[in-house]
Design a protein. Structure first.
Length: 412
């Protein structure tokens, strides 16, 4: 690994150059964590098999080609592919050999899946005592719920976020269908892996990190949990309301599904807001004289704000309010983001002209390191396309042996 407490970034700008990671990943959190590590120079080898263990995202989309699923491509940019049957004794043996020549293992399978295949932590560390192992199971590897299969949206529900992510007047907790826990996991996973790699190099001993995605999600709800544990309150959905600002919300603007968020936090911002909308008499209205009165009368205030915003484009609303020192921002669609001048200036998007799904653009990691740049993104290698090179050049097996393993369905 190029970057640690003593080293500096070399001329290649690959801060994880020389780090080899075996990835047993599926879905979103695990694969995207591997993508981030590959973005900065790590060699990430994704291990799958058609005999059981294919990434579920290979089946998302309309393409029959398992290499052409858009969501799979998004989450696995930059990774290599080793197609190997872990249920075959030879397949499991080869993985142990690879572990001996690797630095880390990344996996988000259910707990004990690899154990049952003879590839548990202890077995892998027999091949490499310095091996770093980072796991991203839904509920962790221990406890009564550890065997549960999870997806981001049910972890969101279990954490309480789905319930809280609602308007107060809703009868049922619709919440958001976004897989927020996955997004937390695929950032926390690589961060902890880099820390563990530095520790392993320093002390000469491997590290296992059991990063339960539900706990990573709970960590961002700390204040809400404190309301219950310290104050004895029962937190309720607040919608877009906020106890320290009014108006504060997401307001409909001109056009189909166009919105702008606005937050007025103090009297100066309130005066600025009244000036922008041409309603200075509101600054003298007894209902809105100070922050607390505006909070107490937020429903009436929201009607006034919406009456002004819905007659104007969201971009105009944002521009006028920001010019008056009032926090405001357009709720951007995907198309808006692709054309955002700030993101374009910062080279946030990578473009692919030739891929199994045609031309597309996709966000880079968004993480910048001083003195280093993110590696140019490349498409995931096609399923099993690295078998010969990994088994031949890395492990030293001849072509005849590799072909025999294909015939025996070790490599499939």
């Amino acid at each position: 690994m190029v970057l640690n407490e003593r080293d500096s970034v070399d001329s290649t700008n690959e801060i994880l150059k020389g780090v080899r990671i075996l990835a047993f990943t599926t879905g979103y959190a695990g694969p995207y964590a591997g993508r981030l590590l590959a973005s900065y120079g790590a060699e990430v080898i994704k291990i799958e098999s058609k005999k059981g263990g294919l990434d579920t995202f290979r089946h998302y989309g309309q393409h029959k080609d398992i290499d052409a699923a858009p969501r799979f491509i998004e989450c696995n940019l930059g990774v290599r592919s080793l197609a190997i049957n872990l249920k075959h004794p030879t397949g499991a043996r080869l993985i142990k050999e690879l572990a001996g020549k690797s630095d880390a293992v990344l996996q988000n399978f259910r707990p004990r899946v690899l154990d049952k295949l003879g590839l548990g932590d202890g077995e892998l560390r027999k091949a490499n005592p310095k091996l770093v192992i980072v796991k991203l199971p839904g509920f962790g590897t221990e406890g009564p719920k550890s065997s549960y299969g999870t997806w981001g949206f049910n972890l969101t529900a279990f954490s309480g976020m789905t319930y809280l992510w609602n308007h107060p007047e809703q009868d049922r907790p619709i919440g958001s269908q976004g897989v927020y826990p996955d997004h937390l996991g695929f950032v926390l996973g690589p961060t902890l892996m880099v820390a563990a790699l530095l520790h392993s190099r320093r002390v000469g001993k491997g590290v296992t990190i059991d990063l339960a995605q539900i706990e990573g999600t709970a960590a961002v709800l700390g204040v809400t949990y404190l309301e219950t544990s310290v104050n004895g309150d029962d937190p309720q959905p607040r919608g877009n309301h906020y106890d320290l600002a009014a108006p504060h919300g997401c307001y409909r603007c001109q056009g189909e599904d166009r919105w702008c968020v606005i937050s007025v936090r103090n009297d100066d911002e309130w005066l600025g807001f009244c000036g922008v909308i041409g309603r200075m008499e509101l600054a003298r209205d007894g209902r809105f004289l100070n922050l607390q009165s505006r909070i107490n009368n937020r429903s009436e205030l929201d009607v006034i704000v919406t009456g002004w915003t819905q007659a104007r484009p969201a971009e105009e609303v944002m521009s006028q309010l920001q010019s008056a020192g009032v926090p405001a921002g357009v709720v951007q669609t995907g198309a808006d983001l692709l054309n955002d001048a700030q993101l374009r200036q910062r080279n946030y998007f990578a473009s692919f002209a030739d891929s199994p799904i045609g031309r597309f653009e996709i966000p880079r990691s968004g993480i910048l390191f001083r003195g280093a740049i993110e590696e140019p993104l490349r498409l995931p290698n096609r399923f099993g396309s690295d078998n010969d090179e990994i088994l031949g050049e890395l492990l030293g097996y001849d072509k005849t042996t590799i072909e025999q393993w294909r015939a025996e369905e070790v490599l499939t």
